[in-house]
Design a protein around this ligand. Structure first.
Ligand code: DUC
Ligand code: ZN
Ligand code: ZN
Length: 503
């Protein structure tokens, strides 16, 4: 067997196992062909020595915003995906977003395709954000988008005047997605609670960045999450609640999962590592807290972080994504849009943080690879589930992405051996096109030494990003897998024949 690449001498970690040390991965035409001891190398074979380091699947980040019209100072495809590979991520799923006035999704998709074509360092796909789910879109367009373009998931917002859909529309979308085999993602925060509080804060002139966290209390997420789960239960449809930040809301998810409802949860680094006190930051000017404005907001108490970590460890959380949705701080159109005539107005600060490049090192730092005995928050296989495998399965990429096994794309992270990869996170070392990182100064015990995408090294920590921008491929996705529970449930108290009366 003539391999193009053999990766030797690593410790391979999958979503279920840590394989014995010293196995080789044989790669041909971008695919993993076999795993074994002492695989042969010919004159045509490149050999990469992992030197005993852990090897995990290339990261799959299923929640990334690039080239979004509402974030003109955010990352585009070139810079966003460059930072992805530098942090070990080989696949992203970004968002193509419908505006309320868009009557058809096809022109939206074509426009968005122009922003990504030949401009991605990593492989990619899109979710569609639906803001105006007309009958034509639901009955005629979504089936074609799924069948022909491989877009098998949509995201909905329960808040934001310009984005939100009503509960009735959520139901219509859930029933449609269930029928088509698409996955529904939902941003669950109560719009009415938030807009009511914002009015009061503005009336009382409490408009500094910190008040963003006051405007969107945990109860707004808790209530909307429970409502979203109830709508999914009525529709008997799989759902993923995105960027969860509240232990109570995760408790609703866990309770639903306990009843075998197919409810999945996503969380993000900011809700595991950062607190609302960051919104009071005044490093260079009094408005610096704006750098930490994201929604849901950062929570107040270290106990909030602990609550989330428990849900990461106990299996309630299905995916760990960056929600990379940044805006620069200084340039016009960025975070300082919230400074109106010199007066802070938190409600006008663009929402979102950068995090694509730092997502995996921050999580890997919580595994036994970087922590002393007994101090790790998650096992290495659990890291792999959260970093890669679960998102690949949930969003219809299984068999190709998210695992180290024969037949899969040869997407790998080769970490540094032992404790030789420790690093402090500094903005100056990152590859995004954003002028800050919220993780500045944090220490991580390891960093990807090599990132391999389809058998090609695209990141080499010694040399930098060595992949080519046009190398990233569009991924036509299939039907997502239900990873938690199952469909076929009856809402509590409903008679078996009841749905038949109205469906
Ligand atoms: N929702 C996201 O998914 N990302 C950024 C901001 C938001 O509200
Ligand atoms: Zn959101
Ligand atoms: Zn997002």
């Amino acid at each position: 067997m003539d391999f193009d690449l053999v990766v030797r001498n690593g410790i391979i970690v999958t979503a279920s196992e840590i394989l014995q040390p010293g196995l080789d991965i044989g790669i041909q035409a971008g695919k993993i062909i076999c795993i074994g001891a002492g695989l042969p190398a010919t004159a045509n074979t490149e050999v990469l020595d992992a030197e005993g380091a852990y090897i995990t699947p290339g990261g799959v980040d299923s929640h990334v915003h690039l080239a979004q019209a509402n974030a003109p100072t955010g990352d585009g495809w070139e810079t966003g995906t460059r930072s992805a590979v530098a942090g070990g991520t080989t696949t992203i799923i970004a968002f193509a977003s419908q505006e309320k006035t868009d009557e058809s999704l096809f022109p939206v998709l074509d426009e968005y395709d122009k922003t990504s074509k030949d401009q991605s360092y990593c492989d990619y796909s899109y979710h569609f954000i639906l803001t105006n789910p007309t009958t034509k879109i639901l009955t005629e367009e979504l089936p074609v988008l799924f069948r022909e373009r491989g877009i098998s998931s949509v995201k909905l917002y329960m808040t934001y005047e310009l984005m939100k859909v009503s509960d009735r529309q959520v139901l219509e979308i859930l029933f449609t997605c269930k029928r088509l085999g698409m996955t529904t993602m939902i941003h669950a925060e109560s719009h009415d609670m938030i807009s009511f509080i914002i009015e009061g804060l503005e009336r009382n002139r409490n408009t500094e960045p910190y008040f963003h966290a006051i405007a969107r209390p945990r109860i707004a997420e808790d209530e909307a999450s429970y409502r979203a789960i109830s709508l999914a239960e009525l529709a008997d449809a799989p759902m993923l609640i995105v960027h969860m930040s509240s232990e109570i809301a995760l408790g609703h998810v866990r309770e639903a999962q306990g009843r075998l409802l197919p409810i999945h949860a996503e969380t993000c680094p900011q809700y595991l590592f950062l607190l609302s006190e960051n919104l009071k930051a005044v490093e260079h000017d009094h408005f610096h807290g704006a750098k930490h404005v994201c929604s849901p907001p950062l929570r107040h108490d270290p106990a909030d972080l602990e609550g989330l970590w428990r849900n990461v460890a106990n299996g309630t959380v299905t995916t760990f994504s960056s929600d990379h949705a940044p805006s620069k701080y200084y340039p016009e159109g960025g975070k300082r849009l919230g400074l109106v005539d010199g007066i802070p107005r938190f409600a006008k600060i663009p929402n979102g943080l950068p995090g694509l490049e730092t997502r995996l090192p921050l999580l890997f730092n919580q595994t036994p690879a970087c922590r002393p005995e007994g101090k790790a928050r998650l096992s290495l296989p659990r890291f792999v589930q959260l970093a890669s495998t679960n998102a690949a399965k949930l969003y219809g990429l299984d068999g190709r992405k998210g695992s180290i096994a024969p037949g899969y794309d040869a997407d790998l992270i080769i970490w540094h051996a032992g404790n030789t990869g420790a690093r402090t996170i500094h903005q100056k070392d990152l590859h995004h096109d954003i002028d800050y990182t919220p993780y500045e100064g944090m220490e991580v015990g390891n960093w990807p030494r090599y990132t391999v995408l389809r058998g090609t090294v695209v990141w080499d920590q010694g040399k930098g990003v060595v992949g080519k921008m046009e190398y990233g491929q569009w991924l036509k996705r299939g039907r997502g897998e239900v990873l938690v529970g199952r469909t076929g449930n009856l809402p509590r108290g409903m008679l078996p024949e009841e749905r038949g009366y109205w469906m």
